[in-house]
Design a protein around this ligand. Structure first.
Ligand code: SAM
Length: 227
């Protein structure tokens, strides 16, 4: 197995933690196994956007949360080369399912061999296409125990409007990049991405059907629970 990738060589995606503290955090966390390392390596070699992948500590949290709530039906919006899907699927029982919405099938082709090696591929149903269209075609009923939003940031408000009605009571809604490097808190920042992320964060904070916390790991991970 390749030994050139380990936690210490991964970039610090957090604008909130010093490199030293980030290294301590990840080295005190989970060990990446050979499948995770191979997927990270493949993503670096075959794409020019490896930073899109969630961070290892976020991945560990996804697995833990998925297991803790015993999710039966999970949903992911924005799959890329499949690292977060691998982490969620590993937290699912064998007969539970993860629906992945992704617009670019080239990324999914990179993911598939790794999902196969991890023996989680049978749990994953990929829907290629625009995620908003895919979501709107789903029945408007409480279906999912867990949803993870990590696609185009400008449409987070649109995604959350579609996702919340499809969550079961007590389901978890997770979203990545919700602190956008800290720019959401900076009044001088007014580009569309920041404005939309503030809108998303405000929607969740003011939605009386949801409890919400933003955890400053990676680029900010929102964790909300449907009441
Ligand atoms: C940040 S990456 C996801 C990273 C992934 N969760 C991981 O951990 O590897 C965002 C993904 O969303 C996808 N995406 C962007 N716009 C989309 C859309 N309208 N519908 C579906 N997927 C979209 C991109 O192709 C990209 O793969």
């Amino acid at each position: 197995m390749n030994n050139s990738i380990n936690f210490q060589t991964l970039p610090n995606k957090s604008a909130f933690l010093s490199d030293k503290l980030q290294n301590y955090l990840v080295s005190s966390g989970p060990n990446l196994d050979s499948i995770q390392l191979a997927l990270i390596k493949d993503t670096r070699e075959k794409t020019d956007m490896p930073m899109m992948q969630i961070s290892p500590e976020q991945g560990a949290l996804l697995t833990i949360l998925t297991k803790a709530i015993k999710a039966r039906n999970a949903l992911e919006i924005g799959t890329f080369t499949g690292y977060s899907a691998l982490c969620i699927a590993r937290g699912l029982d064998d007969n539970a399912r993860l629906t992945c919405c992704e617009i670019n099938d080239e990324w999914i082709e990179i993911a598939k061999p790794h999902w196969g090696k991890a023996k989680i591929d049978h749990k994953i149903d990929v829907r290629i296409g625009d995620a908003l269209t895919t979501l709107r075609a789903m029945p408007m009923k409480e279906t999912y125990d867990l949803a993870f939003i990590d696609a185009d940031k400008n449409r987070y408000p649109d995604y959350v409007r579609e996702v919340i009605p499809r969550l079961k009571p007590n389901a978890l809604l997770l979203a990545d990049n919700t602190l956008l490097g800290g720019s959401v808190a900076s009044e001088s920042e007014s580009n569309e991405g920041v404005v939309k992320m503030r809108e998303f964060n405000r929607m969740l904070a003011t939605d009386e059907s949801m409890e919400i916390v933003i955890v400053p790991i990676g680029d900010g991970l929102s964790i909300a629970c449907k009441k």
